[in-house]
Structure formats: C-alpha cells, structure tokens
Design a protein around this ligand. Structure first.
Ligand code: 5AD
Ligand code: SF4
Length: 486
C-alpha cells in the first residue's frame, strides 16, 4: 500500500534519510564522526532529516545507515498518533543498551531525539530515558550543530522553543549532490506549521504557527534540485495550500502563483503538493490545475469526517457540503484529477449516523486512494478533554467498514486505467533484473518488464494489468504492435 503523505512507511524513510548525504571534501574533518538519522512519520520529517544531515556534515559527521555504525543517533520522531511515540521510547531503550556497551569500551555514543515527539514531550524524554543527550524540536534544527558540540562536552541539551529567527535562513539548502543520490524525485518544504487548530491534532503545538518560506529561496532550492537531475518535486507543508508570498513585483501570491513560477524551471517535468486544507483551495490554485500540465492531476485533500456535527466538533471550519463543492470545482477544472483523503473514525461523540455520513461522502466523492485512522486522543489537544470517547471496539469496527469501502475504490481506480496510455516517470529498478518502476501521473506505481528507458526518463506506456497496489505496463508502441498482430 502506498504510504500516507504524513505517515510514510518507516523502512522506506530509513533508506531515504540515512545514506543520502554526500560530503564535500572540504567538509571532512580529520576525525570523521558518523551519524545515523532514523526518520519516523511524514515526508516533512524526511526532508528535515536531510537538512539535519547537511548541517551535521558541516560539523564533520558522515552519514551511516545503522545505529551500530554511528557515534550519534538521531531519532526524528512523529507524534501524530499514540503508537508512534511509544515506538520511539522502545527504540530509545535499545539505544540506551548500545550506549552502555560503547561507554564500557570508552567510545562516544550520543542519542538525540528530534521531531514532533521532541517538541511535545521536551524534557520529559530525558526524564523518562536518561541516556538521551539531546532533545531538539523542529523549529531549532539550525542550532543542531551547536547542540551536538554541547552534548559532546557532557551537557544534556533540550531545545524546544519557537525562536524568532527562521531556521530555514540558517540551514543549508537542499544540496544537489545529496539529491542526485536520492533519485529523480525530491521533496521541498515550502510551508510549515498550522494555525487551523483542529481539535484532534497536535501539529499546531509541535510545529508551531504557519510559516511560509519566501519565493526566491524556494526557486533557488528548486533550481538546484532540477540542475541535479530531479524531475519531480513535491512541495510540502502541513497546510501547503496556505503558502503565501510575494512575487518579484511585490504582489501577494498563493500556492497557485508559486506553482506557476516553479513550472517554468527547465528540466522540471512534474510538480505535486501535499497536504492541503479544503478551506485554502483558492481559485488561483484550481486554475493552475486547469492550465499547467506540469501540475499532476492528484490531490490529497483530507476531510476527516462526512458529518457536519463532527466536523464542527473537530473545528475543521467547513461543512461536508463545502468540501463537496471544492471537489466539484477542482473536477470541473481538471476532470481527470484523482483524489486522496484522510479520515478519522471514532472522534468523541461520533454516532453511527455520523459515521454513515462519512461512508456516504466516500461513496459520492470516490477516492483513488485514502488513509483512515482510529481517533487517538492526543494530550494537550482540545479533543482529549471531550467526554463521550468512542469505545475501542466500535472504532475498530467502523475502521474496518470504512477501509473496506476505500480499498474497493482504490482497486476500481487502478482497474480503470487498464488499456490507458500514459506517461510514467521511471524512478527505480524493480525486484527482477531488467524491471523498472515508474509513477503514473496519479501517483500509482507502474511496473514495466521490457526495456524502455533509463531511470529519470519520462516514457509512454500502456497499462495492461492492475494489482491492488501497482499497475503493470508495456511500452506504448509495443502494445500497439501486439494489437496489430493479433
Ligand atoms: N487521531 C487519529 N488520526 C489523526 N490524524 C491527526 N491527528 C490524529 C489523531 N489524534 C490524522 C488526520 C490527519 C492525518 C495526518 O493524521 O487524518 O489528516
Ligand atoms: Fe492538524 Fe488540522 Fe492543522 Fe491539519 S489542518 S495540521 S489536521 S490542525
């Protein structure tokens, strides 16, 4: 199953986060130290791990891909749901044992916790696990180098404030060398934080207020990526479509304007963005979908619930009808757009009738892909204070029903592409020799067994088969030939 934009499969992230940092010769210290960054959670964490790796390269740290090989381990954590934080604590227990063994040999082993658990739990982490040397919240990553120096001299460092300076001004830009190793697709954080305060969500507390990075910096970073061979950029933000900035004339622009500017970059074949809020889908962005072929026809637009009563209790600031109206506008502008969404079942007070409204919305909208979660009470959020928590068994049962419907829709969407000819971007080798894996415009994995091109090429294929999670294809012309022969 494809990973959720805010919940990428951890194995996948480990591959992406750890071994990607290339050091410039000038950055190597005479005694190179080694860092392992383990990333949990969302794509923004993947991006942050890369930036942290770059910052540590400047301190003489080389990347390695396991804790066993490292002198410094950073757990870049996620706090969106309960289990994620618990996983971090059990991982910290393992790291403590490793640290004790190293210390017995007189060797250095530092443990840092970064990301949203670091922000939410702060010094509680060092209280609960004394082996931790550093706790660093997402808004203080530009101070990471200094924190590591302090930790190496024996200090326990907890940095979880929201400083006035912008960390992006102090972190190195995404490095072309780094991204070349990464492949043909890259993330680019354009906006961070959230001012929406949905009552279930920790993000406004862990990532802070909405901040947009300036247009010029983004263009510079995106140009670096495309010059290094990146063909597809996914713009990231917790509320990416709340991005706002100024163009060269000083006029205010939103994400539609940013996308329009980036679309002009030579070499950039595809642009995506995630995650959006229904209230911020403005006309300029919808027009960009109508007009820009580079903007892929895929939209992750969480709705969480189909019941107005629950939407209100969630403080989503829109009704189900308003969400449906946004979908109608976007489909009118880009009829082939595929939709993805997030759903929460069992929010406090959710009745069977409320849940039925969610199912009905799913039936009406139809999703190419979607992610559904049982409500998990997060300390410090207004939702955690609500009475009328839904019993676990009811949540389980609703989740199963919702997921059955969503899976059915996902399979139907895959099947609807059989026989269609489309461009896919070749991203990586497949499991079998000679096999390649690409992505459709609708974010589906496409497996191709015949020689067709190289990684990084945009090639035209015809879909022949659809599995539950991937499509299978042949080169478009060979399909035509076969048809003519038969
Ligand atoms: N419980 C369950 N799911 C949650 N999400 C966010 N907070 C919670 C929570 N407390 C889900 C939402 C969001 C996605 C990233 O995670 O659906 O869109
Ligand atoms: Fe959380 Fe709501 Fe903000 Fe999304 S919009 S990050 S769900 S508070």
């Amino acid at each position: 199953m494809t990973e959720h934009p805010n919940d990428t499969a951890i194995r996948e992230i480990d591959e992406a986060a750890a071994p990607i940092i290339a050091l410039d010769a000038g950055e190597r210290s005479t005694h190179p130290k080694r860092v392992y960054v383990k990333t949990y959670g969302c794509q923004m964490n993947v991006y942050d791990s890369q930036r942290m790796g770059d910052a540590l390269a400047a301190e003489g740290y080389q990347p390695v891909d396991s804790a066993e090989d490292a002198d410094l381990v950073l757990l870049n954590t996620c706090h969106i749901r309960e289990k994620a934080a618990e996983k971090v604590y059990s991982e910290l227990g393992r790291l403590r044992d490793m640290k004790q063994e190293r210390r017995a040999d007189g060797r250095e082993f530092l443990i840092g916790v970064t990301g949203c658990v670091a922000q939410a739990e702060g010094s509680e982490i060092v209280r609960r696990q004394k082996a931790v040397d550093m706790v660093i919240g997402p808004q203080t990553y530009h101070r990471l180098g200094e924190a590591v120096r302090r930790a190496r001299s024996g200090e326990t460092v907890v940095e979880t404030d929201f400083p006035a300076e912008d960390k992006f001004d102090h972190l190195p830009l995404a490095k072309p060398k780094v991204t070349r190793k990464r492949g043909v697709t890259a993330f680019l954080t354009v906006q961070e934080g959230c001012d929406k305060f949905c009552t279930f969500c920790v993000v406004p507390y862990t990532r802070g207020a909405e901040v947009s990075r300036p247009l010029a910096r983004l263009v510079e970073e995106a140009r670096g990526l495309t010059e290094a061979g990146v063909r597809e950029i996914t713009l990231l933000g917790q509320n990416v479509n709340a991005w706002h900035g100024e163009d060269e004339t000083g006029a205010s622009i939103g994400l539609g304007g940013l996308v329009r500017t980036l679309a002009q970059l030579p070499g950039l074949e595809r642009l995506r963005y995630t995650t959006s809020h229904p209230r911020d889908m403005d006309d300029a962005l919808i027009e960009a979908h109508r007009e820009l072929p580079v903007l892929m026809p895929y939209l992750h637009l969480p709705v969480q619930s189909g019941s107005d009563r629950i939407l209100k209790a969630m403080n989503r600031k829109h009704t189900a009808a308003q969400y449906r109206a946004v979908i109608d506008r976007i489909r009118a502008a880009r009829p082939d757009i595929a939709l993805s969404g997030d759903f929460i079942v069992g929010f406090p007070g959710e009745t069977e009738e409320d849940f039925e409204a969610t199912l009905q919305l799913v039936r009406d909208v139809t999703y190419a892909q979607a992610f559904s979660f049982k409500y998990s009470s997060r300390p410090g959020t207004p939702g955690a204070e609500l009475d009328d928590q839904v019993p676990e068994g009811v949540k389980d049962e609703r989740l199963q029903r919702l997921q059955a419907l969503l899976t059915e829709q996902q399979i139907a969407f895959g099947r609807s592409k059989i026989g269609e000819t489309m461009d896919i971007l070749l991203e990586k080798p497949g499991r079998k020799p000679g096999q390649l894996i690409g992505r459709s415009p609708w974010l589906q994995s496409v497996v191709i067994d015949q020689p067709i091109g190289e990684i990084g090429d945009l090639v035209t294929v015809t879909i022949t088969e659809a599995g539950p999670n991937s499509l299978f294809a042949v080169p478009a012309s060979s399909h035509m030939d076969k048809k003519q022969v038969s």
